[in-house]
Design a protein around this ligand. Sequence first.
Ligand code: TXA
Ligand code: MG
Length: 355
Amino acid sequence: SGAVSAEYERKRAGEQIEEAGRLLAEGGVVAFPTETVYGLGADARNTAAVEAVFAAKGRPSDNPLIVHIADMEQLDGLVTEVNETARRLMEAFWPGPLTLVLPVARGAVSPRVTAGLSTVGVRMPAHDIALRLIAAAGCPVAAPSANRSGRPSPTLASHVGEDLDGRIDGIVDGGPTGVGLESTVAEVGRDGVVTVLRPGGITIEQLARYTAGVRLDAALQQAGSGTDIPAAPRAPGMKYAHYAPQGAMRIVSGAAPEAVAAKIQAELDAAAQRGEVTGVLAFDEHIDQYRADLVLSLGSLAALETAAHRLYAALRRFDARGVTYIMAESCSEEGLGSAVMNRLLKAAGHQVIHV
Ligand code: TXA
Ligand code: MG
């Protein structure tokens, strides 16, 4: 019966988590689901294990890793100071998709994790498997997203396999992730003002409810305005061309939806003429207007959680179909739209056509 098989599945999952926890404790490298994207975990204190994570991903060594914890006791050993604002944010959003950048305790994690910074990014994921795995491992777990560097983050275990099969010690399959984009990375200043270094699953509006003020790292605000980023972002990872599909991608943005749709279709038609394999990434409100080799929907403009949930899988589908030219619509940067647009802009290498 269903009840028996559900019980069997639960036990099997429990055994997998125990086994994966053992691998981590022994210095192995294991991918696991979180509520945002799949992570590639290692014991944060073990330099050889952390180096294996960088090697498997092909990740530049100046890009620090987020440390994942399962309970508040684990935090005590990791950081030297948690101010009142940071404490309030933890109470409000942990477990959840918020990474807080805090002063690291000397010797608490391998220097490879922090890439030589005096701070460490910490988060407590809101995912049962992730929390049980960290507890089973009995250590803080350093985990970047479980993709090859430069590829879209994985939202399915099969995405991890595509990128990292044969390069890691295991994958715990927990089905599709929830949010679909990474956590918000935020730093709390002495004045209680929060700087968002990477927009993500917790919105700026949500953070503002608990703090004296929130601003977006200046380097990210310029992101939509040109082809290069003038200031160095404070999250080292934000400077890399990321999440990029293999095809060329352009975003069309403008106040009049008809003008946007007309421009997108004109670009697609011209690309098809040149012999390109074309793709379009659009919202339900306009999706019927497009003709391309692969038309993918990000859901409704009125529910950007769907766009967040679908974006990375969509980018991977363009690659799988061999799409060489992708046109994308844009959305509002309010709420979760800030994170969606940040990732879309990166995927497009900041190539935006304004109409
Ligand atoms: O949702 C997530 O955050 C996922 C899941 C697996 O937890 N992890 C993730 O990790 O996205 P990763 O390595 O792909 O991105 C971490 C980001 C990078 O942009 C990195 O530069 C930044 O966080 N970061 C980490 N530690 C930092 C620190 N001490 N100071 C500033 N930025 C930091
Ligand atoms: Mg990543």
